[in-house]
Design a protein around this ligand. Structure first.
Ligand code: AGP
Length: 610
């Protein structure tokens, strides 16, 4: 997803902007650019491709500019080319803009301006913003106006979402920003003011952060930040204390953030679960379990709504909530939920799961559920994120900053919260589940044990890496895990794969199984083992190479090519254990295939557009 950085202060802006862009690379992008302003004159550098391609041209400028904006672009309108890269400039050359979001009425506005003779350079929706700013400030009566006045005139013309960084040549000491439906933060440091799409871009010398909310405008100078509402009324905003150290640091000895974050899962799950057990898990005693937030009592139905891997966590959560708490539960993809006329109402609880807390489809689904009267609960990994702020209550995942685009530790922490939610609902109905509760307290240890399957996963990866297609099959919770395993494999190794309910394969897709086709069979659901074993034999009989993932002692006689054995935990918690070898398998397939594991092509860490 696009990333914005900006700076105004006492230091040279170019290196600070470059550092900020590098820290935002994990969000996913395909071009980058920067604008420096000195004595009211812009210097613009833009490149298709990686941020590093800006480094040399910026250095060669030897610019003394102490104000600037920069951007990583994830293409939505127009190809990932240099001309479409941000910043975009007004026709009169006096406005420079970087943007994250989508201007939905850009085409109509562009047509209007083109009839007035304004020539556009790019194919982007973003360029409409500097062109409108240039047009409006060009009016004779605008001369006495300030850039803020011009911005207040232009923003109401826009429809859609935006996080903006803006420079105006007529105000060489001011960095303007505005926010509507797309995240934007202002950081206050020792040497000036910073602007960023997320916390990762703030360095050691930022100590305070102001989170912009929809409709707000900021005017930043080296002396400080002033904030205004959409009518231009001055606002007083609270600042959050900020520490760079809590942003998870670098890769350490790891080659990739993803590999590091796979290993961080026991700690991420432990920290997340401590909220429910009053502190350290090993010290918790039976009866210590508590929900750390207020929720409606025994909802009629629980809706679990999310996207991507967070949705896969919801699929597991559905099985667990229904089996443990006997409450109707539905897992829904957020982009479907909001347009399916959901039969949701005041007696329901809608749970929205999101690592970033900024996913546009999930945020829109929150608003849809709220509008229909449901209680809303956010399960998010970023405190203060838009989804957290939009929900009635929040149960945070405490996985720490997750840098790899492919989620691992946040996904595992999401599962942990959903298990805890199921236990809460069960207890509300006087169903004490001591075995489940004990296994839940020990879940970090079970995950830690599963990390020892890396050699087996690596061996399987070597056999799969050359394939063009792979299939993941499983029943019940194994199917939920198969969904996540399949997404992990394709999103980082670009090897096409599909996840299928094991019992469904024979209803069509088995026609694609031929000699050598890799099938990863999840067989951890003990009570369905005979059925899954039969499905394994079906694909093996057609020549498939079957890689089984099962609890220790199973799978030896199913005609499989390999068996990855796991230490079993409570059946309802197995998704957290069996996903570990699937993450490791995907990681090693991607490594063997030479893929960009932390920043897969076309993908973004935070999908803030629909
Ligand atoms: C998973 O590896 C992907 N990064 C993606 O599917 C992600 O889970 C999805 O975009 C949802 O993001 P969120 O959790 O930040 O809402």
């Amino acid at each position: 997803m696009c990333g914005i950085v900006g700076y105004v202060g006492e230091s040279k802006a170019a290196p600070l902007l470059l550092d900020g862009l590098r820290a935002l690379e994990y969000r996913g992008y395909d071009s980058a650019g920067a604008a420096l302003m000195e004595d009211g004159a812009f210097t613009i550098v833009r490149r298709a491709g990686r941020v590093e391609q800006l480094s040399e041209p910026l250095a060669q400028l030897h610019s003394a500019a102490k104000i600037g904006i920069a951007h990583t672009r994830w293409a939505t309108h127009g190809a990932p080319t240099e001309i479409n890269a941000h910043p975009h400039i007004s026709a009169d050359g006096r406005w420079a803009v970087v943007h994250n979001g989508i201007i939905e009425n850009a085409d109509a506005l562009r047509a209007e301006l083109e009839t007035l003779g304004i020539a556009f350079d790019s194919e982007t929706d973003t360029e409409i913003i500097p062109q409108l700013l240039g047009r409006v400030s060009g009016f004779e009566d605008a001369e006495q106006g300030t850039p803020l006045d011009v911005l207040l005139d232009v923003l109401p013309l826009l429809e859609g979402s935006w996080a903006l960084g803006i420079l105006c040549a007529n105000a060489p000491d001011k960095l303007l920003c505005a926010c509507q439906g797309s995240p934007l933060l202002v950081g206050e440091g020792e040497d000036g003011l910073y602007l960023a799409s997320d916390y990762a871009a703030f360095g050691e010398n930022v100590h305070k952060v102001y989170r912009m909310t929809d409709g707000e405008i900021g005017v930043l100078t080296r002396d400080g930040a002033a904030f205004y509402d959409s009518r231009g009324q001055a606002l007083t905003k609270p600042a959050e204390e900020f520490s760079h150290r809590e942003q998870g640091g670098g890769k350490g000895s790891y080659t990739h953030f993803m590999r590091k974050e796979i290993d961080e899962q026991p700690l991420a799950v432990s920290r997340t679960l401590e909220q429910f057990f009053g502190g350290a898990l090993h010290a918790a005693a039976a009866g210590d379990f508590r929900l750390p937030c207020q929720l409606p009592h025994s909802p009629r139905k629980v809706w679990l709504v999310a996207c991507g891997s967070a949705y896969h966590a919801c699929v597991s959560g559905k099985y667990v909530i229904e089996e443990l708490a006997r409450i109707p539960c539905e897992a829904v993809v957020a982009s479907e939920f909001r347009y399916q006329y959901p039969l949701i109402g005041e007696e329901d609880l809608a749970v929205f799961v999101s690592q970033s807390g900024e996913t546009a489809d999930t945020l829109a689904a929150v608003r849809e559920a709220s509008a229909r009267g449901a209680a809303t609960l956010g399960v998010v990994n970023v405190a203060g994120s838009a989804i957290a702020r939009a929900c009635d209550a929040v149960l945070p995942t405490l996985a720490g900053a997750e840098i790899a685009v492919a989620t691992t530790k946040a996904y595992s922490a999401q599962l942990a919260v959903l298990y805890a939610l199921a236990l809460h609902f069960a207890k509300e109905q006087a169903h004490e589940e001591p075995e489940f509760e004990e296994a839940l307290r020990r879940l970090p240890e079970s995950i830690q044990a599963a990390l020892s399957t890396e050699d087996a996963a690596k061996a399987a990866a070597e056999q799969i890496a050359g394939a063009d297609h792979a299939y993941f099959i499983g029943r019940n919770l194994d199917y939920a895990a198969a969904l996540e395993g399949s997404l992990k494999l394709k999103e980082i190794s670009y090897l096409h794969s599909e996840a299928y309910p094991a019992g469904e394969l024979k209803h069509g897709t088995i026609s694609l199984i031929e000699a050598g086709t890799p099938v990863i069979a999840l067989a951890c659901c003990e009570r369905l083992l005979p059925k899954t074993a039969a499905n394994i034999r079906e694909v093996a009989a057609r020549g498939a190479r079957v890689f089984a993932v099962c609890a220790r002692g199973n799978g030896e006689h199913w005609g499989t090519d390999s068996v990855i054995s796991l230490q079993a935990t409570h059946p309802l918690l197995m998704p957290s254990v069996e996903v570990i070898p699937l993450q490791l398998l995907s990681y090693h397939v991607a490594r063997i295939r030479g893929c960009d594991i932390d920043k897969p092509k076309n993908l973004a860490k935070s999908v803030t557009v629909e």
